[in-house]
Structures are given as C-alpha cells and as structure tokens.
Ligand binder design. Structure first.
Ligand code: VGL
Ligand code: ZN
Length: 216
C-alpha cells in the first residue's frame, strides 16, 4: 500500500520487561520486532512509547500489602489491575528491546511516570484527564492516521487505539505486529472492542510489500 504524509506508525512499549526473561513477559512478544522494524523503515512518521514507572508505582502489586500480581484494586480513578514490578525508570527492563531499530523515531513518549496514576494509553493517563501531549503532537505534524503495533494488544495497544479514535484519528491495527498478555480471553475481547470502535486491521506485509509467504 502507498503511505501518505499524514500516516504515522505508533510503536507501543517494545521493552525488555515485556519480552521473554522480563518481569511481565508477553507471549510471542519477540515476534513483533521484525515486522515493526520493516515498517519503521518506510513510515513518514514514527512514534515510540515507553512504559516508564517510578520504583514505587501504584500499579505494582508490591505496593499493596496482601495483594498479588493480576489482582484488582480500587484506585481513586477506578479499578486497577496490579502488575509485577516492571519498566522501572532507568532500569534495563525499561529499555527498548535491543533488536528494535528505533533510530527513525521522531518522538518518544514515556507514560505511567506519575507514581499514583497508571497510563496504558499513549494519549491519556488512567485518571482519564491528564493528557500526554501525543494528540497535540500528531495534529501539529498533520498526522491523521495511525498504524498501531507493539505490546500488549489487550492493554496498552487497546487503550491507545480507543483514545486515538476518541481524538478523531483513523486507526489501523497491524495484526501480526502486536502480541497480548491474554488473561481470561482478554485479547479476543480487545480485538472486538477495537473493531466496535472503528479500528481496522491490516497485515504488515500489505504495508511493507514483503512477499506473501503463501505465494509461489
Ligand atoms: C502494559 C500492563 C502494565 C502494556 C503496561 O504495555 O500493555 N501492560 N503496563
Ligand atoms: Zn506498566
């Protein structure tokens, strides 16, 4: 497909802690890196996000005595799933995956850096009020359509896709360049919610022109 100047690639949270050996391994996470690198090479705009928590972040189960990872607690802004400590600012787990070629990225957005508020979304923190500035950047750069890839389909990719739609951007999910945590069918639910919100889907090969593995 032909990309326009108004198209951007949004690469969500391809960080060591979400890969095998990391604190919050996303199954199949490593498989997203090759197609993402192929896309980074050809998009007119590339934006990368990084989950970037304080060491005592309120989304960590260790902050809540008696709670375990994947339990849910009530926060002032609503229910919060608790996670293993992950993507702590300045630690190797928070680094972008070494295999990710992010050199062409024009913007790196860090999110989840307020100790008491999580942010799955690249646009809006979990208080649903504090903006990251990404929508303003996209508008100033004349970007109208976002191709989403990265980790995790059912959390940060999902919330970023929904907020992008709510902000009026066209959103396309690159289906072979995402992977999910998938607790209790959460990936299937996330795909249905995104479809309902008008998120379309594409295979990375249809963008990069890589040969279809099924063709002779
Ligand atoms: C994510 C859970 C906690 C994600 C980040 O990148 O999807 N998930 N923090
Ligand atoms: Zn996080």
């Amino acid at each position: 497909m032909i990309l326009a100047q108004s198209d951007a690639l949004l690469v969500i949270d391809v960080q060591n802690d979400f890969l095998p050996g990391g604190a919050l391994n996303v199954p199949g996470g490593r498989n997203v890196i090759a197609p993402i690198n192929r896309m980074i090479a050809i998009f007119p705009h590339v934006i990368v996000t990084q989950d970037w928590h304080t060491p005592d972040h309120s989304s960590f189960a260790t902050r809540h005595p008696g709670k375990a990872p994947f339990d849910t607690v009530a926060m002032p802004y609503g229910p919060q799933i608790l996670w293993p400590d992950h993507c702590v600012q300045g630690t190797p787990g928070a680094d972008l995956a070494p295999g990710l070629d992010a050199r062409r990225a024009g913007l790196l957005i860090r999110k989840g850096h307020a100790p008491e508020v999580d942010s799955y979304s690249a646009f809006l923190e979990a208080d649903r009020t504090t903006r990251t500035g990404l929508a303003g950047y996209l508008r100033e750069r004349g970007i109208a359509r976002l191709f989403l890839c990265g980790l995790a389909t059912d959390f940060c990719v999902l919330w970023s896709a929904l907020d992008a739609r709510a902000d009026g951007f066209a959103v396309v999910l690159v289906e072979d360049a995402v992977a999910g945590i998938d607790r209790d069918g959460s990936v299937g639910r996330a795909l249905a919610i995104m479809e309902e919100a008008g998120v379309s889907r594409i295979a990375s090969g249809a963008i990069t022109g890589s040969p279809d593995p099924g063709s002779p």
